[in-house]
Each structure stands twice: as structure tokens, then as C-alpha cells.
Write a protein that binds this ligand. Structure first.
Ligand SMILES: Nc1ncnc2c1ncn2[C@@H]1O[C@H](COP(=O)(O)OP(=O)(O)OP(=O)(O)O)[C@@H](O)[C@H]1O
Length: 130
């Protein structure tokens, strides 16, 4: 297939169009993915606690990095689930299971990293209160 000469009719022509499609994607993921909503609320709770404890700039940056990593890995997990369902037409397939389980594993690894980082940052501040 000659992809070079084939014009993609869906190609974005304006930045604003790209922005609208990205926002629509985020909204769809938010509506459909329970885990994404859970991680988003957890992120809000983390930022609220960081604000109450008056954390420093680098602690905020580190927490921001952890939250971003978790949310982005959750979004990629959703992308993969949708692509796998598209290919398999939602039929049972051992390769589909393998791909989805590994993608979930990636989210789990990021979430564990975020939880450990959160504990390292918050525990000393919380202990100092008592
Ligand atoms: N087509 C399939 N063939 C075989 N097993 C599948 C298939 N689709 C899903 N599964 C199994 O079911 C699990 C849940 O898949 P599903 O697509 O419902 O994701 P989910 O419940 O949104 O998961 P997550 O919590 O990772 O977001 C997968 O991890 C996999 O083990």
C-alpha cells in the first residue's frame, strides 16, 4: 500500500481540532474507565494533602510526576484494551488476554512506584505533626 501518496482524510488541519479531539478522548476515557476515575480522585486527595502539609517545590514536582505516570499508564491501558477489542471483535483469545494482562501489569507497577513515593514524601511530614 502506498501510504506516502495517500492523503489521510482524518488528518488534523488546525491545532484547535487536535485539542478538541484530545479533550473528547479524555472525556470518553473518564466516562468509561472506573480505574481512571479512581486514580483521578486519589490524585486530587494527594494534592489536597500536599497543600495542607505545605510541601516544598520538589515534593510537589515529584508528586506531579507520579500522578502523571499513573494517569498516562491508565490511559495507554485503555487504548490497548480498545485496540485489542477492535482486533478480536471481543472474542476470547489467549493473545488478547496476554496483551491486556501485561498492560494492567504496567499500570500496577506505576501505581506501586507512586504509592512508595507518596509514603516517602508524606510519612515524615505526618509524623512531624505528632
Ligand atoms: N478477548 C479476550 N480474550 C481473553 N481474555 C480477555 C479478553 N478480553 C479481556 N480478557 C481478560 O479479562 C481481563 C479484563 O479485561 P477488560 O477488557 O474487561 O479490562 P478491564 O476490566 O477494564 O481491566 P483493567 O482493570 O486492566 O482496566 C483482562 O485482563 C483479560 O485477562
Amino acid at each position: 500500500m502506498d501510504l506516502k501518496n495517500k492523503k489521510n482524510k482524518w488528518k488534523h488541519r488546525h491545532f484547535w481540532q487536535s485539542f478538541c479531539h484530545a479533550s473528547a478522548g479524555l472525556l470518553t476515557a473518564w466516562k468509561e474507565e472506573r480505574n481512571l476515575r479512581f486514580h483521578s480522585f486519589a490524585a486530587i486527595a494527594v494534592f489536597l494533602l500536599a497543600w495542607l502539609l505545605q510541601l516544598g517545590l520538589f515534593e510537589w514536582l515529584w508528586l506531579g510526576l507520579c500522578v502523571t505516570l499513573v494517569l498516562v499508564s491508565e490511559l495507554w491501558n485503555t487504548v490497548l484494551e480498545n485496540v485489542v477489542d477492535l482486533i478480536t471483535e471481543c472474542k476470547r483469545d489467549p493473545l488478547a488476554k496476554k496483551a491486556k494482562d501485561i498492560a494492567s501489569g504496567a499500570v500496577f507497577v506505576t501505581a506501586v512506584f507512586a504509592a512508595i513515593s507518596g509514603a516517602v514524601i508524606f510519612i515524615p511530614h505526618l509524623l512531624a505533626l505528632f
